[in-house]
Design a protein around this ligand. Structure first.
Ligand code: ZN
Length: 424
């Protein structure tokens, strides 16, 4: 991935000159990917329609002139190979042709009326972004959405199953080549969480929000017994139904953390002959040998770039410069928050939040959201008082930008889809 190595003074100058929407006056943007910018001006590909290309069990629908068109052969080869692996391991057969819709950015997805990261198992349909970056989601986790669709064949009679189990299975077959126990330990370490506490299921797990935790759970299940029939019976037994967007158990109860544990415990007993407590002991036994695994600290060039971003942010706050502040924020999730809404957040923050001095203490790679994602701990000193805060950043083609920072207004500002997801 392209790395920006720009002297701080140069960055400040560039970001301070205004005219941020005018590419011709902003050399910082001229060398960037044509697909993504830090403003909501990604090309929505409004003048073209999907072209279809089929191979094996998939039909790819892509927009001409995009990375998906260039990589179409490779895209379908990889997904056919994922399908073969899942069919073999779970002893199921996918008879349908699966449609994959790929768009180059979120504006294009919205304009062409398709999702930006979704699978419809019943329809046999996937709608995702395909970004021109080898470290982006669909280039590295290409098995995830395919698994959601193919898992339909395990239990076609029930549309929904516990999110924790569905997301864990999709992540387990994402074909990223990762060891999910190791990834889970690394992420827990980044969040400074004790492993025994981290494996306890909580409300976020009801919605399957931590993919790494869920994948480590599924890996443990296959470690205990790789039998496909047992797994399929367990998976089918974890069916749920939705009322509105809320998950309900077959006996009509809204699923909370306790109910989640109760369902999994009962299905483990029936199909694997173990209690959840016994399962957890095995899970912890699998994780404990990895306890010396180092968390994934940011490489020096990424870290230096992020330190510069903090310096620019501090400067923006001390000068009361909302435009400069805005330039440190992401501009990728433009279907959920417009440029003017971002600018309004920047202005409010500048007018109300206290300026101070930030110092990056530690920084870790987490998983990949759309691009690589990082957790940064920083020390912020305001009027002689210092506290340690967290920031979440994503590595866009133009560089690292903030998705969320704890010292912003109300500490809850989040401009990006998924930017607040817990990982451990
Ligand atoms: Zn998923």
């Amino acid at each position: 991935m392209k790395k920006e190595v720009v002297l701080l003074i140069f960055v400040i100058f560039i970001l301070s000159v205004g005219c941020y929407h005018d590419k011709s006056k902003n050399p910082d943007k001229e060398t960037k990917s044509p697909f993504i910018t830090d403003w909501c001006d990604d090309d929505p590909k409004s003048n073209v329609d999907f072209i279809s290309y089929s191979s094996g069990s998939f039909t790819l629908h892509y927009l001409p002139g995009t990375a998906a068109e260039r990589d179409r052969e490779d895209i379908l080869n990889k997904r056919n190979s994922v399908l073969a692996t899942i069919e073999n391991m779970l002893d199921i057969k996918e008879d349908r042709i699966i449609d994959i819709y790929m768009t180059p950015n979120r504006r294009a997805a919205k304009l062409h009326n398709v999702g930006a990261g979704a699978a419809s198992p019943v329809q046999g349909r996937i709608e995702v972004l395909y970004l021109d970056d080898p470290q982006s989601y669909e280039q590295t986790r290409y098995g995830h959405e395919v698994t959601h669709v193919v898992a339909y064949n395990i239990d076609p009679y029930n549309r929904f199953h516990l999110n924790f189990i569905e997301e864990g299975l999709a992540e387990f077959f994402d074909h990223s080549g990762r060891d999910y126990h190791q990834v889970f330990v690394q992420v827990c370490k980044a969040f400074k969480l004790d492993l025994a506490a981290a494996i306890q299921l909580n409300k976020d797990d009801v919605y399957g929000r931590s993919y790494t935790k869920a994948a480590s759970f599924i890996q443990t299940l296959f470690d205990i017994d790789p039998d496909a029939d047992k797994f399929k019976a367990f998976f089918s037994g974890c069916y749920i139904y939705l009322k509105g967007n809320y998950p309900y158990s077959p006996d009509g109860q809204l699923i909370d953390a306790d109910k989640l544990i109760e369902i999994i415990d009962s299905q483990l007993k029936v199909h694997y002959g173990i209690t959840f407590e016994e399962f957890n002991k095995q899970w912890l036994d699998n994780l404990t040998p990895l306890v010396n695994t180092k968390p994934l600290r940011l490489a020096e060039d990424d870290l230096n770039e992020i330190k510069q971003l903090f310096t620019v942010r501090d400067q923006a706050m001390s000068e009361g410069n909302a435009e400069l502040y805005r330039s440190t924020m992401e501009g990728f999730y433009c279907d959920t928050l417009s440029d003017s809404e971002r600018m309004s957040i920047a202005e409010q923050t500048i007018s109300k939040a206290a300026a101070g001095k930030s110092r990056v203490i530690d920084a870790f790679y987490l998983t990949i959201k759309n691009y690589a994602w990082a957790l940064v701990y920083f020390e912020k000193t305001v009027n002689g008082k210092t506290e340690i805060l967290k920031a979440f950043l994503e590595h866009y083609p133009l560089g690292w930008r903030f998705n969320r920072v704890e010292d912003e207004l109300g500490r809850g500002y989040s401009s990006g889809f998924g930017s607040t997801l817990p990982e451990c």
